[in-house]
Write a new protein. Structure first.
Length: 149
């Protein structure tokens, strides 16, 4: 059984320089899982936060599941991320460095379970973003020229 991507945070790779990646499980309610199966997830403004020795996903939008009626979940609630203690301690040590933050890069199903790919990133400055755009455009131009020949 493969990996089925639910949603990606494409802005994260533009706004942050990703230094390290980590896969984490996520504690969800039944209506949240069903909503994600329908593609109702969004990671645009989400981030991961370390609180009292636990890792939490904040601002992750999971849409209401229509068939859940009164038993529906809160759309923007904090969700606990499941990682090994060793990984959590390693992340905490790296996050103590100045300017590093945990950003969810993608949300996906792996072997029937919902997983989150987290990236440890450092925010890019405006000139770094311009360099990224220039590099992307030059690569696109080179591919176009190579395709013509």
């Amino acid at each position: 059984m493969g990996v089925k991507i639910i949603c990606e945070n494409r802005k994260a790779r533009f706004n942050y320089e990703i230094i390290d990646k980590l896969e984490a499980g996520i504690m969800l309610l039944g209506s949240e899982v069903k909503s994600l199966r329908e593609g109702g997830g969004n990671l645009m403004d989400a981030y991961a936060n370390l609180n009292k020795g636990e890792l939490w996903l904040v601002n992750c939008h999971i849409a209401h599941y229509k068939a859940a009626n009164l038993l529906n979940h809160e759309v923007l609630r904090q969700r606990k991320l499941l990682v090994h203690r060793r990984e959590l301690e390693r992340l905490y040590g790296k996050m103590q460095e100045k300017g590093l933050t945990l950003i969810p890069l993608s949300l996906y199903f792996k072997e029937g379970k919902v997983k989150v790919e987290l990236g440890l990133g450092k925010g890019k400055k405006a000139h770094d973003k311009r360099d990224t755009i220039k590099k992307r455009e030059s690569d696109r131009e080179l591919r176009r020229i190579a395709k013509i020949k």
